[in-house]
Design a protein around this ligand. Structure first.
Ligand SMILES: Cc1cc2nc3c(=O)[nH]c(=O)nc-3n(C[C@H](O)[C@H](O)[C@H](O)COP(=O)(O)OP(=O)(O)OC[C@H]3O[C@@H](n4cnc5c(N)ncnc54)[C@H](O)[C@@H]3O)c2cc1C
Length: 429
């Protein structure tokens, strides 16, 4: 009987190190308005320390230069890193590069195109290149079977035409992984492929970084931007195909499963940070004759937040455990469930923390307003809440059959029980 919530002592020691490293070395960087180059200069020595501790790119198997931690350990680790938007970068597992590295690794295994390893995968893992994942289009998001971007094979090349948006890091990436229809005569599940497009290839027109709730002011060419890109007669070698032709959807699922749960793990850390701020404020602020901590509404927020966060944590770690034991496809329902639940918990806890802080919470003097804007996006990217609910409900409902009379119908059950226990009823009457 194994049903264990404990962490091995040596890994707990690593987690302790990460806790103080993130708080002491990475949190201070958040307060400086660094451009990407200056941030890189600050991050490089920290990345060396992470490598020395054997914690670099922990999401990848050892043969790819990662720690091969498995999802449960990764979950405990991401919970710490997720507290700061900068920490995943320092630990070599920031989105979208981490997911794209996994995607390339799976693709190389399937296609045998080893040249992609040295050209794209290894520099990506080393943090020397940045990548972007270009799937969503203005007309195709939650339902990617509506993708219109076309890649046509002409001799030894792909010719790509299409319009994408919300390609995170698309304006600063060294290469883009583009999802395109390569065979329009079959279902998109069989006719869509992923192709590596180096940035700067003629015809790649990065129109803009879209101003968003995260970043409303006009900006361009900065890390973390979400690019709108028009691909016009873009020509790349046939060998830039990721995996095999027609496997784009399958690869996307393989990439998005782990990618989604890594987001959920990071959200645990973000929620905890907001929760700590809420509790600190509750015991510090005095109004209307008592501390906020003594007001029942605030107590409800503290209790509800802790209960929701604990549920999110257990659901996340359970999904991770199932992935480790049975693989990502077997944990599809669990991953979908935590994706919408975790995003909602994150959003709720940050919202309550802002409320407890009053106008200070709304101000940029605290990180809550930034966290709140990022949390809103969490309910959309990698599939909106509603789509994950559909996935969960469909999987669950497969286990039920229609009936004429409800299984729990008391008169029917009573009649059955009266027949079964007739001898007892007769004896007692
Ligand atoms: C911050 C951020 C970063 C992103 N980064 C990337 C990236 O790097 N690469 C990339 O390719 N894309 C990226 N995206 C795009 C993201 O994946 C899409 O926004 C998402 O898939 C939803 O697509 P959509 O925005 O077109 O929404 P739509 O498809 O227009 O859906 C709108 C709404 O319709 C509802 N809906 C849709 N389907 C259903 C359904 N079956 N049942 C019930 N309701 C439904 C939902 O409420 C949904 O929010 C990013 C988005 C954000 C916000």
């Amino acid at each position: 009987m194994a049903w264990d919530f404990s962490t091995e002592a040596d890994f707990e020691e690593q987690l302790d190190w990460m806790r103080s490293f993130v708080r002491e070395e990475i949190f201070p960087l958040e307060t400086l308005d660094l451009d990407h180059e200056t941030f890189l200069a600050a991050a490089r020595p920290l990345q060396e320390q992470v490598k020395e501790r054997g914690l670099w790119a922990a999401h990848l198997p050892p043969e790819l230069g990662g720690g091969g931690f498995g999802q449960v350990r990764l979950g405990l680790m991401h919970e710490i890193l997720g507290q700061s938007p900068y920490a995943p970068f320092v630990f070599g597992n920031n989105a979208p590069d981490s997911g794209n590295a996994e995607l390339l690794a799976i693709g190389i295994d399937e296609s045998g195109r080893e040249e992609q390893r040295a050209r794209w995968l290894e520099p990506l893992l080393a943090g020397e290149l940045h990548s972007a994942f270009s799937m969503t289009e203005p007309g195709a998001g939650a339902d990617p079977t509506m993708i219109r971007t076309r890649a046509v094979r002409q001799g030894g090349e792909w010719v790509i035409n299409g319009h994408k948006w919300f390609t995170t890091n698309g304006s600063v990436a060294d290469f883009l992984i583009v999802m395109a229809v390569t065979n329009p005569d079959v279902h998109p599940y069989e006719g869509t492929s992923m192709i590596i497009v180096p940035a700067g290839t003629p015809g790649v027109n990065v129109v803009r970084d879209i101003p968003t709730m995260e970043r409303p002011e006009p900006h361009f060419g900065e890390y973390g931007g979400h690019a709108e890109i028009v691909y016009h007669e873009v020509r790349v070698p046939y060998e830039n195909l990721v995996g095999k032709e027609g496997t784009g959807f399958r690869l996307a699922q393989q990439r998005l499963g782990p990618g989604r749960i890594h987001h959920c793990m990071r959200w645990l850390g973000q929620s905890r940070r907001a929760f700590d701020m809420m509790c600190e404020r509750a015991v510090s602020r005095y109004a209307h004759g008592s501390y906020l901590a003594d007001k029942q509404t605030v107590q409800n927020w503290v209790a509800d937040s802790l209960a929701e966060m604990t549920a999110a944590r257990l659901m996340t770690l359970h999904a991770a455990w199932k992935m480790d034991r049975e693989g990502a496809p077997a944990a599809r329902t669990e991953i979908a469930m935590i994706k919408f639940w975790g995003a909602r918990v994150l959003y709720n806890v940050i919202d309550r923390a802002i409320q407890v802080h009053g106008s200070l919470g709304f101000s940029a003097d605290l990180p809550l307003e930034r966290m709140y804007r990022a949390a809103r996006a969490a309910r959309l990217y990698d599939g909106p809440d509603e789509v994950h609910r559909v996935t969960v409900a469909r999987q669950v409902l497969k286990g039920y059959l229609p009936v004429e009379v409800p299984t729990e119908h008391v008169p029917t059950r009573r009649a059955d029980a009266e027949r079964r226990f007739a001898h007892l009823l007769e004896a007692s009457s």
